[in-house]
Design a protein around this ligand. Structure first.
Ligand code: FES
Ligand code: FES
Length: 174
């Protein structure tokens, strides 16, 4: 029997603690242990980016990170993106306004990557947007609408004066 490791991390502003097998991937911890199924698994080759989440401010493919590596860190998933549960985040709104998805399987990963790139850079050229999204694959849209959505998201975030920060921890739950 594999010895479990204790982890303590913040997910979408909530402090979480668990005992997990050292081999457990972060994506499976989020989906199976916490029920945060908005983070998708789209491949088994670390190519598609459907599993992208924000880990201490950086976009990571959560299928390439062990849950134990997230110990002591902050994780933001698509479920925690909007600070107000009754309102979409401006990045989500932009993806809807620009018809930037079809099946939607890649969309939460695209949105989380967009969060990370807008957090880092204010204005991006189209070329820079395409390069920044190169780790996220979409099998449906042809990417043009996604690029438009990122540009619109940039404007929405600026207009609404939204701070792209992960929420602070508020309570402990196992
Ligand atoms: Fe992580 Fe495809 S599921 S990159
Ligand atoms: Fe279907 Fe991107 S919308 S994979």
């Amino acid at each position: 029997m594999v010895e479990k490791k204790h982890i303590s991390l913040t997910v979408n502003g909530e402090k979480k603690e668990a005992d997990v097998e050292p081999r457990l991937l972060l994506v499976h911890y989020l989906r199976d242990n916490l029920g945060l199924t908005g983070t998708h698994v789209g491949c088994d080759t670390t190519n598609c980016g459907a599993c992208t989440v924000i880990l201490d401010g950086r976009a990571v493919k959560s299928c390439t990170v062990l849950a134990v590596q997230a110990n002591g860190k902050r994780v933001l998933t698509i479920e925690g993106l909007s600070p107000d549960k009754n309102r979409l985040h401006p990045i989500q709104k932009a993806f809807i306004d620009k018809d930037a998805f079809q099946c939607g399987y890649c969309t939460s990963g695209m949105i989380m990557t967009t969060f990370a790139i807008l957090k880092k850079h204010k204005k991006l050229t189209e070329e820079e947007i395409r390069a920044a999204l190169s780790g996220n694959l979409c099998r449906c849209t042809g990417y043009d609408n996604i690029v438009d959505a990122v540009k619109e998201a940039e404007e929405n975030v600026e207009e609404e004066g939204i701070e792209l920060e992960e929420p602070e921890p508020v309570r402990v739950r196992r």
